[in-house]
Design a binder for this molecule. Structure first.
Ligand code: NDP
Length: 254
């Protein structure tokens, strides 16, 4: 028993939204552990490609808007064509939009649900075929503390609902697929410093509340989620499935 349980040599890992923030850090961590990485996003980001190249990660980028109905199937087909299989799928791409419920437009609700919920399910479903052929697989969905508590001060009914759905989807799939040697887990991050949270961190009305609600008194860094992701995507977590691992500096203890 040792650190080799955290290795992913010879494995193929797909990370949606792998060009920035948490997704890029996860792609780097899995890649440094030996996996061949495929990241996907709507737009290529040269800085991300440099980060991965500098870290010695073997990677490809596939452009995809995961909101498109056929995107999940196309992405997985393309990955299989390029690499021969899918060992690890990380459903990370997501969007957060705030707003008071009384004025929350259908269109905004759909924008969130189509990416945070529909695309996550479709990509899990698409990955099942290659994982079944291989006789194994690991899925990691990125949820949020917002799927567990209604964090304040911002109102975000759709985002919170979408992340609660991700957590329950994770548990349902884990239960259904365990006998097929396919593990499904989630991470529920607290506030992590990325493009998504930058506006809130800079907001003098929000950030003192975010910090005050977090026992560790700071936001997290993408790398602090990526190390948890490596645990859940590697054989180190071989007896863990259906778990929603909270990485939040203690936010949900209050
Ligand atoms: P960022 O906004 O920094 O990055 C989002 C990534 O997803 C980018 O690579 C982006 O690339 C991609 N993406 C966005 N929309 C689409 C789309 N329609 N199709 C394909 N890819 C898309 O987000 P974070 O790194 O902060 O968040 C990552 C995940 O973590 C999300 O699920 C988020 O909800 C969750 N999370 C984040 C927290 C935080 O505090 N940051 C806290 C809790 C959870 P592009 O725009 O080019 O498509």
């Amino acid at each position: 028993m040792g650190l080799d349980k955290f290795r992913l040599d010879g494995k193929v890992a797909v990370v949606t939204g792998g060009t920035r923030g948490i997704g890029l850090a996860i792609a780097q961590a899995l890649g440094e552990a030996g996996a061949r990485i495929v990241i996907s996003a709507r737009t290529p980001v040269p800085e991300a490609e440099k980060v991965l190249s500098d870290a010695g990660v073997n990677f490809d980028l596939i452009e995809a808007d995961m909101r498109d109905e056929g995107a999940a199937d196309r992405l997985i087909m393309e990955v299989v064509a390029k690499t021969g299989g899918v060992d690890v799928l990380v459903n990370n791409a997501g969007v957060a939009i705030h707003g008071d419920s009384g004025d929350f437009e259908d269109e905004t609700w759909r924008k969130i649900m189509s990416l945070n919920v529909d695309a996550v399910f479709r990509t899990c479903r698409a990955a099942l075929a290659p994982m079944r052929v291989q006789g194994s697989g690991v899925i990691l969905n990125i949820g949020s503390i917002s799927g567990i508590v209604s964090n304040i001060p911002q109102n975000q009914v759709a985002y919170n609902s979408s992340k609660a759905a991700v957590h329950m989807m994770t548990k349902s799939l884990a239960s259904e697929l365990a006998a097929e040697n396919i593990r499904v887990n989630a991470i529920a991050p607290g506030y992590i410093e990325t493009d998504m949270s930058r506006g809130g961190i800079a907001n003098p009305e929000w950030f003192p509340i975010w910090r005050g609600m977090t026992p560790m008194g700071r936001v997290g860094q993408p790398e602090e989620v990526a190390t948890a992701a490596l645990f859940l995507c590697s054989p180190a977590s071989s007896y863990v499935t259906g778990e929603v691992l909270v990485v939040d500096g203690g936010y949900t203890t209050r």
